[in-house]
Design a protein around this ligand. Structure first.
Ligand code: HEM
Length: 367
């Protein structure tokens, strides 16, 4: 048998031509390029997309660098105590915190703003954060503020507002035109400004109402789902602090006041749950629900102990509002998801700085 056949024209058979690798290399290059661009876009290195990093950078820029501290609500004290649910609470949700008689609480009372040594008497916003830890290992974290509704309806709008608050390097103050543009664009920001200017200031954390603002879903043992918002309403009577009293108040008057109250006994708030009515805006925290909605007192928070945040357990806690127990779920309010992402970024940054020993020291004279 011949080793090869001659071609009809008598020539030797052609050696098959090797395929050129160029098209394959080009295809691989295109795939790698698309992957690299996608990665860069997701990481926020290209384009103008709002990422967790950009959001956290903007918050840092509006408050100045304070390594080792929260990027917002930086000044605060750790607190602890107990939550005792009411009998009605378990009709709303199967959350273990609503059926366990006494639930240990770790928390933090703070003021708005990025300065860990800022003055209490200039902070318009006061805050509370709590973690209810139940005997089945579940946790429920809440971070709430003294304002009754959020200034803006979306994470992008809050980003715009945060950027407008950045100090202009030329003047050291925010550019008034940038803030005016935000107020013009978002009517709720104007309403918020009105609240900030006109609502009376309270004399203490202990007589302040704190609102959850965002909406959540409760599910009870019958499987019924209700959209809810919650507030901590103080048992201590509200006392207003006028401008003169504020001007002469000590920069740390809130913690001094709390220390004094705790020496006399626990300070208490009722957990008031508001149930959404038909048509209430569940996904928009800039719209307050009507005053006549059904409310249930779901329990009582009693705080009996405080510690400086540098020494207490709250320093290393991230009060992510989406850490929730069974029976409670976050709504589709986009601000909730943004909060969860940005708090975790803020937490990672401050913990890294602490680990490297970069924590900002208290200025001379600060307590
Ligand atoms: C997109 C909107 C928001 C952003 C980007 C944002 C951002 C932040 C950041 C970066 C922190 C510091 C977190 C940490 O380092 O642990 C923080 C803390 C806090 N935020 Fe927000 N926030 C938003 C909306 C809200 C709303 C709607 C509320 C209240 C209803 C709220 C209440 C609080 C409270 C109470 C703290 C202090 C928590 C603590 O003591 O650890 N925030 N926020």
């Amino acid at each position: 048998m011949p080793l090869f056949r001659l071609r009809r024209d008598g020539g030797l058979p052609r050696t098959p031509r090797a395929h050129s690798p160029l098209p394959w290399l080009a295809l691989i290059a295109v795939i790698l390029g698309v992957a690299a661009l996608t990665f860069a876009w997701l990481a926020g290195w290209i384009g103008n997309r709002l990422t967790t990093q950009r959001f956290t950078d903007a918050i840092e820029a509006s408050g100045g660098p304070h390594p080792g501290f929260r990027r917002a609500h930086s000044k605060g004290v750790c607190v602890s105590g107990v939550f005792e649910p009411s009998a009605q609470a378990r009709t709303l949700s199967v959350a273990r915190a609503f059926s366990q008689a006494r639930v240990p609480v770790l928390g933090r009372l703070s003021i708005g703003g990025g300065d860990p040594y800022g003055a209490d008497n200039t902070a318009r916003v006061r805050s509370i954060a709590v973690q209810l830890g139940t005997d089945d290992g579940q946790q429920w974290r809440m971070a709430m503020n003294s304002f009754p509704f959020f200034a803006v309806p979306s994470a992008e709008a809050f980003f715009e507002q945060t950027r407008a608050q950045r100090p202009d390097p030329a003047t050291g103050k925010p550019d008034p035109a940038a803030m005016a543009a935000v107020l013009e664009k978002y009517p709720s920001a104007k309403a918020f400004q009105h609240w900030a200017k006109t609502a009376p200031w309270s004399t203490s954390w202990a007589n302040t109402t704190f609102n959850g603002i965002n909406s959540f879903w409760f599910t009870n043992a019958q499987g019924e789902r209700r959209a809810v918002r919650w507030s901590w309403q103080p048992q201590a009577a509200f006392e207003a602090m006028d401008a003169a009293a504020r001007a002469s108040a000590d920069v740390d008057f809130l913690s001094a006041d709390l220390r004094q109250r705790l020496a006399a006994g626990p300070v208490r708030w009722n957990l008031v749950v508001t149930l959404a009515g038909a048509g209430d805006r569940v996904e928009d925290p800039s719209v307050a629900w009507p005053q006549d909605r059904e409310q249930v007192v779901a329990g009582v928070l009693s705080l009996d102990h405080m510690q400086p945040q540098e020494a207490g357990p709250c320093g290393e806690l991230n009060f992510d509002p989406l850490i929730l127990p069974r029976g409670v779920r976050g709504s589709d309010d986009p601000i909730l998801a943004a909060r969860s992402a940005v708090y975790s970024q803020s937490f990672n940054r401050r913990e890294r700085e602490r680990a490297k020993g970069l924590t900002e020291r208290a200025p001379e004279g600060a307590r």
